[in-house]
Design a protein around this ligand. Structure first.
Ligand code: RBF
Length: 158
């Protein structure tokens, strides 16, 4: 193919990343945070360039992300939360509103915002995705964010 192919790499330098962590289901969100920071660190991002901001629950994530983005100090944000169905309609409300809110922040502020919100039927499924059977989604979202920082930089200088 002779097209100009534009794609991100995982090689990004001197960036500042903000992570929003929900305290609800904190024993799982802390594992997601560990996975995120470990992956960023192994790709050359110094921990001093990573800020982790805690909020009460997933519902609060979009506001915190929005305030961080508003500072203009972050190249990207990563949002971490765990919403477990648990048989109440709250699951749908919280999951839907948080998802939409995170997406809104990304589009409004034009910076990559990683979606690390686990939405599961059971607590076991959430544990599986936070460093056990199904890997660590925190690490996966960190990889996505590195790629998106790289891609955004290239698109900004087209
Ligand atoms: N927050 C989460 O991050 N994950 C949840 O699974 C979760 N479940 C909730 C269930 C109920 C019934 C309520 C009232 C709140 C829940 N929250 C959950 C907290 C929510 O995100 C928010 O912090 C609070 O509703 C306060 O605004």
């Amino acid at each position: 193919m002779q097209v100009n192919k534009i794609e991100g790499t995982f090689n990004v330098k001197d960036v500042r990343i903000g992570i929003v962590v929900s305290r609800w289901n904190s024993f799982i969100t802390e594992r997601l945070l560990e996975g995120t920071v470990d992956t960023l660190r192994r790709h050359g991002i110094e921990e001093s360039r990573i800020d982790a901001v805690y909020c009460p629950g997933s519902f609060e994530i979009p506001l915190v992300a929005s305030k961080l983005a508003e500072t203009g100090k972050f190249d990207a944000l990563i949002c971490l939360g765990v919403v477990i169905r648990g048989g109440t309609p709250h699951f749908e409300y919280i999951a839907t509103s948080t998802t939409r809110g995170i997406s809104d922040v990304m589009l409004k502020y034009q910076i990559p915002v990683g979606f690390g919100l686990l939405t599961t039927d059971t607590i076991e499924q959430a544990i599986e995705r936070a460093g056990t059977k199904a890997g660590n989604k925190g690490g996966e979202v960190a990889m996505t964010i590195l790629e998106m920082i790289s891609l955004s930089g290239q698109l900004d200088s087209l």
